[in-house]
Design a protein around this ligand. Structure first.
Ligand SMILES: [Zn+2]
Length: 235
């Protein structure tokens, strides 16, 4: 956000202090290195001063600018949405190392194209929920304890799972065992194996639907960046 003639306010996800907002003095008129380090989607090293009631970013040096994300509208839109989720859901004024690692890994994989955008989106959404106190109970059917049936039901409101023999009376989404298995992997796996699962195209779309709606229903947030990302696929 621009302030005055040449100052800018930026929001940064930091390793040690979580999400912080602060001033960048003269960012728009000085050295280009500094300018690129304070652009959106840039991973940078900063010197930060804490004033009485605000942060001031002083030195800044870009480490990774994710140039590839800027060349592809789908990837750019998704990257902006992932950053919005970090801004709203990551710790504030507290250590956020795992959150930062998750965001960096996601942007890196999106940039390199190692995984499809939908794969990264769904995985990030569900993992973020698990990390921020919204972990759904995916261990077994809430009613009978059955671990798996071919079809399963996910209750967005109560964050619970049901097997095909215990279809709940309230509104729950009928989904596949493949999608439930992927969700279990996302919430329980180590971060370095987080994205290592495969689903066919139909199941990946379903996973994305379930993770997105779970996040929106539980957090009660709306994201213009998500609406824009989804609008790219409507004809
Ligand atoms: Zn059951």
């Amino acid at each position: 956000m621009s302030v005055g003639e040449s100052d800018t306010i930026i929001t940064v996800l930091t390793r040690d202090y979580g999400v912080i907002r602060g001033f960048v003095r003269g960012a728009r008129k000085i050295k280009s290195n500094y300018l690129s380090a304070t652009q959106p989607l840039c991973y940078s090293r900063f010197s930060v001063f804490r004033g009485r009631d605000k942060y001031i970013f002083d030195e800044a040096e870009p480490i990774e600018v994710f140039f590839n994300l800027r060349k592809d509208i789908e990837k750019l839109a998704l990257a902006q949405y992932l950053c919005d989720l970090a801004r709203d859901l990551a710790p504030q004024e507290d250590s956020a190392e795992s959150f930062l690692r998750l965001l960096l890994n996601s942007l890196h994989l999106l940039s390199t194209g190692k995984y499809e955008p939908l794969h990264i989106k769904a995985t990030y959404e569900m993992r973020v929920m698990a990390m921020t106190g919204y972990m759904p109970n995916l261990v077994a059917c809430e009613n009978c304890g059955e671990y798996e049936t071919d079809e399963m039901y996910f209750d967005f409101q109560h964050a619970l799972l049901y097997c095909e023999n215990c279809v709940p009376k309230n509104q729950a989404r009928k989904t596949t065992l493949g999608v439930v298995t992927a969700m279990r992997h996302i919430v329980f796996s180590e971060l370095d194996k987080l994205f290592a699962f495969t689903l066919n195209e139909e199941n990946m779309k379903e996973l994305s639907y379930v993770c997105e709606n779970y996040l929106l229903i539980q957090t009660q947030h709306k994201y213009k960046t998500l609406d824009f990302y989804n609008s790219l696929f409507k004809i």
